[in-house]
Write a protein that binds this ligand. Structure first.
Ligand code: PNW
Length: 466
């Protein structure tokens, strides 16, 4: 029996402010940590920055038209904190808020539901200069910012997300240093993770207080679909450690109100966690309306042996690991198909994660808030962009979502990453994740064949035979 997508299933595409907006110095916006980082030589591929990006700040209306042409039912975007609250504290910047008001109005005019993320990695630089996420005060600044945005947009946005992938903010930003702000300190990374959790809890409280009761509050994580290379106790222990650091460090406090005991034990040689104050767990635990899951590829680990190949998870820089307390873990690249990121194509990881959260957190609706792939897209002689590999990737992963639905998972929506090609963080513009091609010289948008394919899926609510 084919199970199709349920009525009301949200079909969308996702982006993030710094990756598409550009206009980095306009209308009162101040620098974020990504402006500082990307302007520092050697930090991003080719020295690319988000100064212009896909110029979405000036092409908002055209981009919303494109979404309507694709038939999207929802659009997931993020608000740039330094655009709406320059410097990360104090009064709102009216021009910045006006941009998001206009965006949301354009979406609603075309029947597209706005799904707003408050924080997709662009911390105001002033807050980083005051200590950043390793400092507790940043969590309180975030709650103030959440209130400010809720007061401005709460009359027209129903779906709210506090953070996007706090794992990346904490461990790539402060641990391995491959993301902004580029620090490489395992204690700072663990402190950052806790203060991001606290920011989520305080932010969710601020949203509830400022928003009408119909509003829904969520968070988006990138849980690891992590597998042990063998069933040996040592390899299973490696799996457990990575699972704790990637996933349970967020899900357990947010959904159950405590850090996992094994995580505290694994990291005891690094920190005593005294930055967790009495009362924090009760704040971090907040009843959520759904959980957002971003999925790209699985992770395969084993216990490191003396002759193990060097760490190769693509996430480390100059020997700095994003996995504090998991030094004896080796990361492996399974054989098989890869994307341009060199990430393996394996949709079973998505099914596995959806079923895991269904089992562990019964009653909590799930949303696939990002899924997609980078490929080396190029226009052909006629200017068309054919990306059959992306269609195959999307088809296989949507099929995994469909199987999870058939197996009882309460999945409410799917958001393709990404609507348009954009600034892929440390990889700059070299990696194209868009369903729509962007010619950065002219900023012309061309829907790739995957966009046409996805449009059919969205319109029919069904996967075509493949
Ligand atoms: C996510 N990793 O980033 C982000 O939410 C997007 O902004 C980004 O463009 C997309 O996935 C594609 O990369 C990630 O190294 C970046 O494990 C890096 C990792 C995971 C997610």
């Amino acid at each position: 029996m084919t199970v199709n997508f349920p009525p009301g299933f949200l079909w969308g595409a996702a982006t993030a402010a710094y990756q598409i907006e550009g206009a980095a110095q306009e209308d009162g916006r101040t620098p974020s940590i990504w402006d500082t980082f990307s302007r520092t030589p050697g930090r991003t591929l080719g020295g690319d920055t988000g100064d212009t990006a896909a110029d979405h700040y000036h092409r908002r209306a055209e981009d919303v038209r494109l979404m309507a042409e694709l038939g999207l039912g929802a659009y997931r975007f993020s608000v740039s904190w330094p655009r709406v609250q320059p410097g990360g504290r104090g009064p709102a910047c009216r021009a910045g808020l006006d941009f998001y008001r206009a965006l949301v109005d354009d979406l609603l005019d075309r029947g597209i539901r706005p799904v707003l993320t408050l924080y997709h990695w662009d911390l105001p630089q002033e807050l980083e200069s005051a200590g950043g996420w390793p400092e507790r005060g940043t969590a309180h600044r975030f709650a103030d910012y959440a209130q400010l945005v809720a007061e401005a947009l709460g009359d027209r946005v129903e779906l709210w997300t506090t953070l996007n992938e706090p794992w990346c903010s904490a461990f790539l930003g402060y641990g391995s240093g491959v993301h902004a702000p580029g620090r490489t300190d395992p204690v700072a990374a663990l402190r950052a993770a806790h203060h991001l959790n606290l920011a989520h809890g305080l932010g969710a409280q601020a949203l509830r207080a400022a928003l009408p009761s119909r509003a829904q509050v969520s968070v988006t994580l990138n849980p690891a679909a992590v597998r042990a290379r063998t069933d040996s106790p040592a390899d299973r222990d490696a799996r457990r450690r990575v699972d704790a650091l990637a996933t349970r460090i967020f899900t357990e406090p947010m959904l159950r109100g405590a850090y996992p005991a094994d995580l505290l034990a694994d990291t005891a040689g690094i920190t005593d966690w005294s930055f967790v104050h009495d009362g924090d767990p009760g704040v971090i635990r907040h009843p959520l309306d759904s959980l957002g899951i971003n999925y790209y590829a699985p992770t395969v680990v084993s216990a490191a042996t003396d002759n193990a190949p060097p760490r190769d998870d693509g996430q480390g820089s100059a020997g700095h690991s994003p996995w504090p307390g998991a030094d004896r873990v080796a990361f492996h690249r399974p054989p098989g198909k890869r994307t341009a990121m060199d990430w393996s194509v394996d949709p079973t990881g998505l099914h596995e994660l959806l079923m895991r959260f269904t089992r562990e957190f019964p009653g909590l609706p799930l949303m696939v808030t990002e899924n997609g792939a980078a490929y080396d897209d190029k226009p052909d002689g006629d200017g068309a962009v054919h990306d059959p590999e992306r269609i195959a990737y999307l088809h296989a992963h949507l099929d995994a979502v469909r199987r999870a639905l058939a197996d009882g998972a309460d999945v409410r929506g799917y958001f393709l990453w990404s609507l348009i090609d954009n600034f892929e963080w440390a990889y700059g513009y070299s990696k194209r994740f868009g369903a729509v091609y962007v010619d950065y010289a002219t900023q012309a948008r061309t829907p790739k064949s995957s966009a046409h394919w996805y449009s059919q899926v969205v319109r029919t609510g069904q996967l075509p035979p493949y």
